[in-house]
Write a protein that binds this ligand. Structure first.
Ligand SMILES: [Zn+2]
Length: 460
């Protein structure tokens, strides 16, 4: 090997769940990482005679999987957790908008570090954030999130959100919480131009993401879609989350959410939508036909009494489905592991019962499915040679998991498994359950201080 070739890291003696197209697994296998990419995956020990090995990890008692991929979140809500705990979506939003409209750059930075840190220590290697609250004079909020993700070393999709339909235009948010249509479009275009990196190894993509039908004008939906397509970036929004939203769409637009999205250019393989709970058979067929993706957020849907998304029907129709934490004001745990488990459990409470999802499908939603909806399935989401070295080594020989026979069942159905190592592009982000790229205690202190500052400001 030439001196300039990237170093190799070898992980062996562990169970391997590749989540490739055939769901290939090895009871005891290896993964070799070279630089930022996966070089080889297979059964047994790593090939003998590899040169340039800088680290050799004995994975005995562990399972290695692709890193988890989060497809829907609102980082700023890290500072407003545990409020309006008995409300449905619309009441909860109306209760929280006034506080949210007081956020600033320092708060968003602290919230992003908390959100990202919590997800990363739980095995998330690709994060996304849908940020749509931009109070006048609050600083560079998107920049604060991007800085936090870069510092923590987590792959990131920053969805530049927006709201321009205030109360006086028939929308749900108060007028003081929204931007003008022109300002929203200009700032979104600027975010794409400044930050979006389309490369294979990209640590940062930007998406165009007006917030929801009940907080965004039809003009902003239409022009947002045109902007995204002109720039070649993806589109994201909330869709079909609650019965109230469905009613709102019928009253205001004379059609249901999916027809409204279609009429504004919002169905397509470059679009993914959070929730997709209240979908008719025809809606699901339209998503499948157009390959529009869904971010399934079971904990948030349960917390806000929204309903059960029909994930088995969506998968059968060919809809790409990933998992989402959603904002932590409606899912205080802030972990994606919980969503693997809850996706399976909640769908078994729905119409499909025991034929709903199995543990391997749940893991697929949280990995490959996430990569699909973020438009990165060629680069990440499975353990295959040539893909990015985004992977997690889960410790399954401790008290929580050692007696569970199937390692994938242990990961999905068991307690949150400790992360012995997580790599993003070959670089360690977590070692032995702790973040190595940031000081967790300092993140916790800073988040608490900024949450109190926000509460103080909002009270005046
Ligand atoms: Zn959301």
């Amino acid at each position: 090997m030439a001196d300039s070739a990237p170093a190799r890291v070898v992980i062996e003696n562990c169970a391997v769940a590749t989540v490739d197209a055939e769901d290939t697994e090895h009871a005891s296998g290896h993964v070799v990482v070279q630089g930022s990419r996966i070089e080889s995956v297979g059964p047994g020990r790593a090939p003998a005679g590899l040169e340039g090995v800088t680290r050799r990890i004995d994975g005995t008692g562990h399972l290695v999987t692709p890193g988890l991929i989060n497809t829907h979140h609102h980082f700023y809500q890290w500072l407003t957790r545990g409020l309006a705990t008995d409300s449905n979506l619309f009441d909860w939003l109306v209760a929280l908008y006034p506080t949210w409209s007081r956020i600033d750059e320092r708060m968003v930075y602290a919230a992003a570090r908390g959100s990202l840190g919590m997800m990363a220590r739980g095995g998330v290697t690709s994060a996304m954030d849908h940020h749509y609250v931009f109070p006048r004079g609050s600083g560079d909020l998107l920049g604060a999130e991007i800085r936090a993700a870069r510092e923590l070393g987590v792959r990131f999709t920053a969805a530049r959100g927006s709201m321009d339909r205030g109360e006086s235009d028939g929308g749900l948010p108060p007028d003081f919480a929204v931007e003008s249509t022109e300002d929203a479009l200009r700032a979104t275009e600027e975010a794409v131009d400044t930050h979006h990196d389309p490369s294979f190894d990209s640590m940062l993509r930007v998406a165009v993401a007006p917030c929801s039908p009940f907080s965004v004008s039809t003009e902003l939906m239409r022009e947002g879609a045109q902007l995204a397509r002109r720039k070649g970036v993806r589109l994201h929004t909330h869709g079909s989350e609650t019965a109230e939203e469905e009613k709102f769409c019928h009253e205001l637009f004379g059609m249901g959410p999916t027809d409204y999205f279609e009429s504004t250019g919002w169905l397509g393989e470059d679009v993914w939508m959070a929730h997709c709970v209240h979908m008719t058979d025809a809606d699901i067929e339209a998503f499948g036909r157009t390959r529009t993706g869904a971010a399934h957020c079971p904990s948030s849907n349960a917390r806000l009494a929204a309903g059960i998304a029909r994930v088995p029907d969506m998968l059968a129709a060919g809809v790409p489905v990933g998992l989402g934490v959603d904002g932590t004001a409606s899912n205080e745990s802030g972990e994606l592991h919980t969503e693997l488990r809850n996706a399976l459990l909640i769908n078994r409470l729905g119409g499909h019962r025991e034929n709903a999802l199995n543990v391997r499908q749940a893991l697929r939603l949280g990995t490959h499915g996430g990569a699909q909806v973020l438009g990165r399935a060629d680069e990440t989401g499975s353990l295959e040679p040539g893909k990015l070295a985004d992977l997690v080594l889960w410790k399954l020989d401790g008290i929580g998991h050692s007696s569970i026979a199937d390692p994938v069942a242990a990961l999905v159905l068991g307690a949150a498994a400790p992360v012995t190592l997580s790599l993003v592009g070959g670089r360690p982000v977590v070692e032995d359950g702790r973040l190595v790229t940031a000081d967790e205690d300092e993140i916790a202190r800073d988040a608490r201080d900024e949450a109190r500052r926000l509460a103080r400001i909002a009270a005046h």
